[in-house]
Design a binder for this molecule. Structure first.
Ligand SMILES: N[C@@H](CCC(=O)N[C@@H](CS)C(=O)NCC(=O)O)C(=O)O
Length: 69
């Protein structure tokens, strides 16, 4: 089980969005979900503390970028 960051839940969904509140790309993905009325579990990856470069996250996205859906 990943212990990447705090999680917030927006509805009951099988989708999971790895995101960071201040990242424009991740914000675009959250806006897309909202506009489509879709819900996803949001997992915040703190770019400032380098969580996106940790092995647990690189296993999810080897590019080390957010967002990932
Ligand atoms: N084209 C990609 C760009 C993703 C991207 O550049 N994400 C930035 C945040 S906006 C990021 O993860 N930066 C972390 C880094 O460069 O170390 C997309 O839109 O998904």
């Amino acid at each position: 089980m990943l212990a990447l960051s705090r999680r917030s839940h927006y509805g009951d969904s099988r989708m999971k969005l790895y995101s960071f509140p201040m990242a424009p790309s991740a914000r675009r993905a959250r806006m897309f979900l909202a506009e489509k009325g879709l819900t996803a579990e949001i997992v915040d990856i703190d770019l400032r503390s380098g969580r996106h470069l940790e092995p647990a996250y690189l296993a999810i996205n080897p590019q080390g970028l957010v967002p990932v859906l």
